[in-house]
Design a protein around this ligand. Structure first.
Ligand code: F6P
Length: 325
């Protein structure tokens, strides 16, 4: 079957650079003579038939904007067959016979099911600040999120140093510690706690006590929200119990990491991935995710893309330990 009309949607948590990817999909599709439709609010818009034709002007002046002009949602109805059937019927009404899904692992799992049941050709583009996707060195939004975190942590470091405090900073990442690892190393954190590794809190506290004895009172702890203790507040409680005199403060960076203008890297990868996603649909390369590995395009089956849990390298943790001494 030749793909002639494609739909593009953003799904799951938004990430800076999604707009650049939408722009690339729309303009590449039109360049190759396809009709391109925007689908609002991810899979929800497919179910609710919020589907509209797009042209090159509908994506003007968005490459630099955070968020997503197509809006996004985490759609529970799409987990059920009935929801997916409604979505499929709506796509058929518009004659759409190919989809580009910009999202994270949940969105790709939905696409795999959808293709199995209805044979709809799907191509995925990794859009998530968490970077927890296989087969790509980059996911759209990660670089921006990490830079936002680094900028914020650098500011916190100023006041932390001024007061000789221990700061516990929580960054995003429910199941993945990449934002914590990258921002932690880049800001010279003494400790980085991530969901992929069990943290020995006694060891952390013993080392803080040892530093206290040698008057190193300033310590930066970066915690991913999904670490095994349940985030920065819990970590602070545990430290306070054993170090009642230590000055500790918590800062939860939260959704600030999801917003803002995308960095150059995120705009570039979004543009490349968007362009290649359309080429995949045209060339019959279906149900793959478009990634970039070692600066080359890489295509892996959508079901492989989501198998990324726990892939953090021990070397990174070793580097943190050595550099923080
Ligand atoms: O998936 C990206 C992410 O930002 C995670 O890091 C975070 O746990 C989650 O989304 C938050 O989701 P929501 O905005 O739906 O609360």
């Amino acid at each position: 079957m030749k793909v002639t009309k494609i739909g593009v949607l953003t799904s799951g948590g938004d990430s800076p650079g999604m707009n650049a990817a939408i722009r690339a999909v729309v303009r590449t599709g039109i360049y190759y003579g396809l009709e391109v439709f925007g689908i609002m609010r991810g899979y929800q818009g497919m179910i609710d038939n919020e589907i509209f034709p797009m042209d090159t002007r509908s994506v003007a002046n968005i490459i630099q904007r955070g968020g997503t002009i197509l809006k996004t949602a985490r759609c529970k109805e799409f987990f059920e067959y009935e929801g997916r059937k409604k979505a499929y019927d709506n796509l058929c009404k518009h004659g759409i016979n190919g989809l580009v899904i910009i999202g994270g692992d949940g969105s790709f799992k939905g696409a795999v099911e959808f293709n199995k049941e209805f044979g709809m050709p799907c191509v995925g583009i990794a859009g998530t600040i968490d970077k927890d996707i296989n087969g790509t060195d980059f996911t759209i939004g990660f670089d921006t999120a990490v830079n936002t975190a680094v900028e914020a942590i650098d500011k916190i470091r100023d006041t932390m140093e001024a007061h000789d405090r221990i700061f516990i900073i929580e960054v995003m990442g429910r199941d993945a510690g990449y934002i914590a690892l990258h921002s932690g190393i880049a800001t010279g954190a003494e400790y980085v706690l991530i969901p992929e590794r069990k943290t020995n809190m006694n060891e952390v506290i013993d080392s803080l006590l040892e530093k206290e004895r040698r008057k190193k009172l300033v310590n930066l702890i970066v915690v991913a929200e999904g670490d095994d203790f349940g985030g920065a507040n819990k970590v602070q409680e545990m430290i306070k119990q054993k170090m009642p005199n230590a000055e500790t403060r918590v800062c939860i960076l939260g959704h600030i990491q999801r917003g803002g203008s995308p960095t150059c890297i995120d705009r570039l990868i979004a543009s490349r991935m968007g362009y290649h996603a359309v080429e995949c649909l045209i060339n019959g390369k279906y149900n793959v995710m478009v990634g970039i590995l070692n600066n080359r395009m890489n295509y892996i089956p959508l079901q492989e893309a989501v198998k990324n849990k726990g892939k953090v390298s021990d070397e990174w943790l070793k580097i943190i330990k050595i550099l923080a001494s």
